[in-house]
Design a protein around this ligand. Structure first.
Ligand code: IPD
Ligand code: CA
Length: 250
């Protein structure tokens, strides 16, 4: 159900026209009618299947609490700035939570026609192929990062980490969708991803997909990544690369 709904959403992203960005807080933090329309379509689809479902979504004034039997965490378009500017690197991200535990996830990149899925305890897949990462070190990793564009006070630390990643790793990338960055770790493309502050809908689905592919998911200080709805920093990667990154003490 999640997969087919996300494919339908992907069609809307691919055929979008006259995309108008409206400021949420300022010109960096924007929403389009595609974000709200896709979110509405996903909510209607999931509510039809599970009438008592709760929702915790990006374009929602007051998201539901997360302790219900069925809760969907939805980011209708992750990478909205990419979408607005035509970078063709965005996705639809949904996590399904069962009584507070993220139990299933799907992230769809319509431009690449890549569907990442995971089921807790069973594994993660890309277009049906099982994912299992290699335990690469930081020196063997392309490092992806997010710039936490809405949080000015995180920038010095972000830049220090970028500098270390460039000095020690193979190269760096800033691709513009945290959900897809987590999938890049799960697919073994990137050895590490970090961002100083993300919302729960940015990382809920990706954290399960990456974990089920064998990656480690933490905060940038090495603590457990909260699945309680709060914002958090995220550090995700091959266990060896995460260990190397934390050992830098930045
Ligand atoms: C953003 C993207 C971006 C990340 C930001 C997020 P949005 O989500 O994931 O890569 O750097 O922190 O807010 O606004 O495009 O859904
Ligand atoms: Ca997002």
């Amino acid at each position: 159900m999640i997969v087919s709904a996300e494919r339908k959403a992907g069609e809307q992203i691919l055929h979008a026209h006259n995309v108008i960005a409206n400021n949420k807080t300022d010109a960096r933090n924007v929403v389009t009618e595609y974000d709200t329309g896709i979110q509405q379509m996903l909510i209607e689809t999931f509510s039809t299947a599970l009438p008592d479902a709760h929702f915790f979504c990006e374009e929602m004034a007051s998201p539901d609490s997360l302790d219900a039997e069925h809760t969907f965490i939805i980011d209708p378009i992750d990478g909205t700035m990419n979408f607005v500017k035509g970078f063709h690197h965005s996705c639809v991200s949904t996590a399904y939570m069962n009584r507070g535990v993220i139990s299933a996830a799907a992230i769809y990149n319509p431009y690449a026609d890549e569907m990442f899925t995971a089921i807790i305890g069973k594994g993660a897949w890309l277009n049906g192929e099982k994912l299992k990462i290699e335990n690469v070190s930081l020196a063997e990793s392309v490092v992806c990062f997010g710039s936490a564009p809405y949080y000015r006070d995180t920038r010095d630390r972000t830049l220090a980490m970028i500098r270390a990643a460039l000095d020690i790793g193979l190269d760096i990338r800033r691709e513009g969708s945290a959900a897809l960055d987590l999938c890049s770790v799960a697919a073994g493309r990137s050895g590490v991803f970090f961002e100083m502050l993300l919302s729960f809908w940015d990382f809920a689905a990706g954290m399960l997909i990456a974990t089920e592919a064998g990656a480690e998911v933490r905060t940038v200080d090495g603590g457990p990544l909260p699945a309680t709805g709060e914002k958090s920093s995220v550090l995700c990667g091959a266990p060896a690369a995460v260990r190397d990154f934390l050992a830098l003490g930045i």
